[in-house]
Design a protein around this ligand. Sequence first.
Ligand SMILES: [Zn+2]
Length: 170
Amino acid sequence: MLPTAENIEMMKNINLLSERGIYPCPVCRCGQVTAMTLMEAMNCDTCFHIFAPDWEQQRLKLADSEVALTWHWTGKRWKDSSRAGFESHWGYWLGGLLFVSLPTILVGFSAYLFPPLPGSRGAWFPLVWMGIVFVTHLICLLWLVIEYYQFPFFLYFQTWGQRWRDRRGS
Ligand SMILES: [Zn+2]
């Protein structure tokens, strides 16, 4: 059976972002986002964050935070707007791996080529330096990944902390 033009239009409308719909919360990922009565805004019933919807662009913008976060509604789930059409590629992962491992290997190699005198006071230094180089590069990489995925870690944990306190209080 071929779908009629009317059916297609209906199917399209079902999953659209609209003021009548109920959507999963992109911040706490456990609440439901619905339109607020008499307002051009939506809010979550769990974390109480307020969002500014854009019906035309099918977007939701976090309105009550200084962090500029925007999500695009795909019809099934939220997608980070800044990543739309940007596929993750093995090259990025390879780049990340090299970014962390290369400096560490370089530092380790120089310590291997010019080892400290055995029993000298600074003999521990190359190993500690290697650790510092590894950890700092890893932090840089993790920060980039978090920025890229726009995952609101702070808001997420704040919500979970709030829920935990509420549960304990009641
Ligand atoms: Zn929420």
